[in-house]
Ligand binder design. Structure first.
Ligand SMILES: NC(=O)C1=CN([C@@H]2O[C@H](COP(=O)(O)OP(=O)(O)OC[C@H]3O[C@@H](n4cnc5c(N)ncnc54)[C@H](OP(=O)(O)O)[C@@H]3O)[C@@H](O)[C@H]2O)[C@@H](O)CC1
Ligand SMILES: Nc1ncnc2c1ncn2[C@@H]1O[C@H](COP(=O)(O)OP(=O)(O)OP(=O)(O)O)[C@@H](O)[C@H]1O
Ligand SMILES: [Mg+2]
Length: 371
């Protein structure tokens, strides 16, 4: 985690650059806030004055990063996504993430889950490639843990370099042995420079072990209200302050070390520690479970597309912001909210996550028609 000397240096430097009025306000903030170091408070005070959050140019970003469909392409080029999640309790969440990735346009979608969850997830859809490899403590004796953990890692590693993005956490559960295996998978993904979208129980894991993502610019955290609260408490050692959502979000991303954070809520707020973009287009008033899972699968696809586009020689340099993880978050959030709004128009109070998934295709088509 990027605390201590570096943070202290940037806070001190920012103090030196601030005008007397800014400096006084900063001192006031430092006096008002309790519970964490003066360096951290200094950063937060400066960040809260870094300017208002601006609404992302959502539909244009979505159009810019969505690839054309043409006959020159082969299977795999539009994205290969892997979801690490699915256990005894939760089979819906990894399915929602994986199927959403396919419905948006990824070519292949894998799920790595526990042995119990696999037949259930396979039965939801033949489109998803399901690997029943994860184990929970109840099915593994202490003496077997090391060998099983290495086996799990070897199974995922066979595929790792083929993936354009991992989604870690939807329906993963919180079993300590399973989370330990997933930590090892995340370390290998980092070594292979595979982007990682961390959601659900993946955020529970990461909040307790920030080193898994800190200073990794290809990590994207997508916390809901509870997950965000836990992150703020752990990293900034204070409570969520909605009067300064912009500054607090920037501080959080900076303290973790340049990861991208998509804070879900009435408006989705997205930052990479440098800029904050919001996506506020109207979604749906239904808060049925599973919408965050659609979002994580969608963000994974759009990040893959944005990264490919950036690497292309004809990359449109006028697209702003430039960071592919931010672009992916903006596009994913926009599409989910549009699909949720169309599903709600149709189904009203009975709108469910599966209804929203059915509108992903039409939503993308409305914004970015196939020519
Ligand atoms: N159809 C499906 O399969 C769906 C499955 N889903 C999956 O569910 C998982 C949890 O995600 P979520 O969104 O419910 O978590 P969140 O808002 O942090 O917690 C809400 C409250 O519950 C509690 N709590 C949670 N887990 C706990 C545990 N193991 N043991 C004890 N307490 C626990 C939590 O308590 P706290 O952590 O604050 O102590 C808080 O008060 C995640 O894998 C997600 O992907 C969803 O995507 C929806 C669709
Ligand atoms: N109050 C709200 N108003 C409008 N949209 C919202 C609101 N809260 C969340 N959303 C939208 O719903 C999406 C999912 O956010 P939510 O907070 O439900 O995630 P989650 O709790 O992780 O979901 P899941 O049940 O899949 O775990 C977000 O992208 C956001 O756009
Ligand atoms: Mg969630």
């Amino acid at each position: 985690m990027k605390l201590g000397v570096n943070s202290g240096f940037s806070a001190t430097r920012n103090c030196m650059l601030a005008s007397p009025a800014v400096f006084r306000r900063q001192e006031f903030l430092i006096r008002c806030l309790g519970g964490y170091s003066s360096y951290q408070k200094g950063i937060q005070g400066v960040k809260s004055m870094a300017g208002p959050t601006s609404e992302a140019d959502s539909e244009n970003i979505l159009r810019a990063i969505t690839p054309t469909l043409d006959q020159s392409k082969h299977k795999g080029q539009a994205g290969k996504i892997a979801v690490i999640g699915g256990c005894r309790e939760y089979t819906g969440a990894p399915y929602f993430a994986a199927i959403s990735a396919l419905k948006i346009g990824a070519d292949l979608s894998h799920v790595f889950c526990t042995k119990d969850a696999a037949p259930v997830i396979k039965s939801y859809s033949p489109e998803i490639i399901v690997h029943p490899i994860l184990e929970e403590s109840y099915s593994v004796g202490d003496e077997d843990q090391a060998s099983i953990s290495s086996k799990v890692l070897a199974e995922v590693d066979k595929w790792m370099e083929r993936f354009d993005c991992l989604v870690v956490g939807p329906g993963l559960g919180r079993d300590p042995f399973l989370l330990d295996c997933v930590s090892r998978i995340m370390k290998h993904a980092r070594e292979s420079s595979v982007p990682i979208v961390v959601d659900g129980d993946g955020l529970f894991l990461v909040t307790n072990c920030l080193d898994l993502v800190s200073d990794y610019p290809l990590a994207v955290l997508t916390p809901n209200v509870n997950e965000y609260k836990r992150l703020i408490q752990k990293v900034l050692n204070c409570e969520v302050n909605d009067e300064d959502s912009h500054g607090q979000l920037l501080s959080l991303a900076e303290q973790i070390g340049g990861v991208t954070i998509l804070r879900k809520g009435k408006s989705d707020l997205i930052t990479d520690g440098k800029t904050v973009k919001s996506v506020s287009i109207y979604g749906s008033p239904r808060r049925c479970g599973g919408q965050g899972d659609i979002l994580s699968g969608s963000v994974a696809v759009f990040i893959s597309w944005a990264r490919k586009l950036r690497a292309a020689p004809d990359w449109d340099t006028s697209i702003s912001p430039k960071n592919p993880t931010i672009l992916g978050c903006v596009a994913g959030s926009t599409l989910l909210r549009k699909a949720a709004s169309l599903a709600f128009e149709d189904k009203k109070r009975s709108t469910l996550t599966t209804d929203i998934i059915e509108y992903l295709g039409r939503s993308l088509e409305d914004i970015c028609p196939v020519n």
